[in-house]
Ligand binder design. Structure first.
Ligand SMILES: Cc1ncc(COP(=O)(O)O)c(C=O)c1O
Length: 389
């Protein structure tokens, strides 16, 4: 059996025909940029996220850049965020001329440790950029309270969290802006790149839209240096079809996650992701990330006993899964603060100990709505075999 970490192929039988119809409609309309599909997607997405506005753009990275720019964040400003994220989170901050300031994460949720935010605030701090990593919602009540007290803006990185809720409200509806990615592997994935910014602020929505179209409030009249960052009509047509299924797909993801949690909980060498949320908060399980915390399993795969370090145990486990046809991904092997380009920020090994430890131990098991019962059982049985005492 070969199981991919992620697959869109299985969706074809469910939505293939609807997608084909939607795409041919766009082709026939001759309107490939903007138009009906983009307008209706933005409306529907704003309604899904329960915000007044949603402005679509070319990617989640652009959504972050547009959001930061619209809030006037740039040269000399600091933005507090997490180093345990996809690089784009920090890259967007640097791209607008500001400096990312990383705080360590909580070892159970892998999210920014909220108790560290206030210590990281300086006179230059302009915003907090929380990342709802893997679909796990952050405590937005606490973040908004810290932001209000310290007069900071909040930019939610919801790239991995379409369909996540904090206390009954979708993520992306709490901060000044919410930034979403429609990269194919996301909960709501296009067949290419795409993104959106959500907000309740009309002025921000207008600024974001203008920045996304060459800083152009009126045709061929430019008031800003902006970007060419639009969601293609074809991608919008696909997203319109898929948005109707988002919540159903999140439920399927949750069932898979709970199955993994129930069946793998007895294995001492594995730390399972935490889902200790109230019932009005929803983890959307974009990724199911476990940690390999010791190397006691090595005898079972006849590996050589030199493998002693955290990441070597994890990598060996990963290789063994691959041999068994179970393909996994490491999100993320190197924390952002230790990436070569960020050397100049002055972080070094040991600066963010929890983040660094977690990066050495994490591995993401296959999770996507169509991962069937046979595949799930196969994965669970093989992992149990690897860890049998
Ligand atoms: C947490 C996070 N932020 C930002 C991004 C950037 O999104 P995109 O790939 O659509 O530019 C991603 C996507 O990979 C992400 O996972």
């Amino acid at each position: 059996m070969q199981i991919p970490p992620f697959s869109l192929e299985a969706q074809i039988s469910e939505i293939g025909e609807e997608i084909e119809e939607a795409l041919i409609k766009v082709f026939r309309s001759g309107k490939y940029i903007g138009g009906e599909e983009v307008i209706s997607f933005e409306k529907a997405f704003a309604s899904e996220i329960q915000t007044s506005y949603s402005v679509s753009c070319n990617s989640g990275t652009d959504a972050l850049i547009l959001a930061l720019r619209s809030l006037g964040i740039g040269q000399g400003d600091e933005v507090i965020t997490s180093s345990f994220s996809f690089f784009a989170t920090a890259e967007a901050i640097t791209s607008v001329g500001a400096t990312p300031v990383f705080v360590d994460i909580d070892s159970k949720t892998y999210l920014m440790d909220l108790s560290l935010i206030e210590k990281a605030i300086t006179p230059k701090t302009k915003a907090i950029l929380p990342v709802h990593l893997f679909g796990h919602p952050l405590d937005m009540d606490q973040i908004m309270a810290i932001a209000e007290l310290n007069k900071l803006k909040v930019i939610e990185d919801c790239a991995q969290a379409a369909g996540s809720y904090w206390r009954g409200k979708p993520v992306g509806s709490y901060g000044d802006v919410g930034c979403f990615s429609f990269f194919p592997t996301k909960n709501l994935g296009a067949a290419g790149d795409g993104g959106a910014v959500t907000t309740n602020d009309l002025n921000l929505a207008q600024t974001i839209r203008q920045l996304a179209i060459h800083g152009m409030p009126k045709r061929y009249f430019h008031t800003n240096i902006g970007y060419n960052s639009r969601l293609d009509s074809l991608q919008a047509a696909i997203l319109n079809v898929k948005l109707n299924r988002l919540n159903k797909w999140i439920k399927q993801r949750k069932e898979i996650a709970l199955n993994y949690i129930n069946k793998l909980s007895e294995i001492e060498s594995i730390r399972l992701p935490s889902d200790n949320l109230t019932n009005t908060s929803v983890h959307s399980w974009n990724q199911f990330v476990i940690r390999i915390v010791d190397n006691s399993f090595i005898k079972n795969i006849k590996a050589n006993s030199e493998y002693v370090l955290d990441n070597q145990s994890r990598d060996l486990f990963r290789t063994e899964l691959q041999r068994l046809g179970i393909n996994t991904i490491i999100y993320y092997p190197i924390p952002i603060h230790l990436q070569p380009i960020y050397k100049e920020l002055g972080y070094e090994e040991g600066s963010l100990p929890v983040t660094e430890k977690v990066c050495n131990q994490v591995i993401s098991l296959p999770i996507f709505p169509e991962l069937n019962a046979i595949q799930q059982s196969y994965i669970i049985d093989k992992i149990k075999e690897i860890f049998k005492k």
